[in-house]
Write a protein that binds this ligand. Sequence first.
Ligand SMILES: CC(C)(COP(=O)(O)OP(=O)(O)OC[C@H]1O[C@@H](n2cnc3c(N)ncnc32)[C@H](O)[C@@H]1OP(=O)(O)O)[C@@H](O)C(=O)NCCC(=O)NCCS
Length: 176
Amino acid sequence: MPSERTEVQVRPGTEADLTALTDIYNHYVRETAITFDTAVFSPEERHPWLLSHPEDGPHRLLVARERVSGVILGYATSSPFRARPAYATSVEVSVYCAPDAGRRGIGTLLYKALFEALEGEDVHRAYAGIAQPNDASVRLHERFGFRHVGTYQEVGRKFGRYWDVAWYERPLGAGR
Ligand SMILES: CC(C)(COP(=O)(O)OP(=O)(O)OC[C@H]1O[C@@H](n2cnc3c(N)ncnc32)[C@H](O)[C@@H]1OP(=O)(O)O)[C@@H](O)C(=O)NCCC(=O)NCCS
């Protein structure tokens, strides 16, 4: 729906977005096993997460905002994959739409902007861990060139049952 998409601005996340971004994430924490966080966050508790995604560098936070209303429709991040220094060329990516903003192309818009932003950075691989089942996320990642590299079986427990996580990998930059 291109006409709808032009009404949506994608830009780096700021402190002013923190409450809306926390609300979106908390919805999935509370209602789903998409994320393995089990307790909701206050915006203050989420602040270090915001600060760890500056406007430049390999670790970004991009936000989709409806131009007219100012409503936050979703966000995408690239984050450290693992802490040890040799992993610095890999990022873990993630994307969350507001619960009523799915299937409008927002996820696609956010990932397009995120991967464009990462083009000049010294990053070589992107990874996404997708708790199963999640058809929407699998479709989105495959559309952006991610390939399934393996599944951790029953790696997490939430809501009293175990969940699999399928890992997806995408080459970045010259590695493509
Ligand atoms: C996954 C998510 C970000 C996709 O964003 P979106 O804006 O809904 O997706 P888009 O409209 O850009 O569509 C992208 C693809 O996903 C597909 N899709 C979207 N919602 C879907 C659904 N509910 N079921 C099946 N496929 C779906 C679209 O058909 C499209 O597929 P195509 O490329 O084959 O045509 C969104 O559904 C979401 O926020 N889900 C909850 C959070 C989540 O799962 N995040 C990912 C964590 S790994």
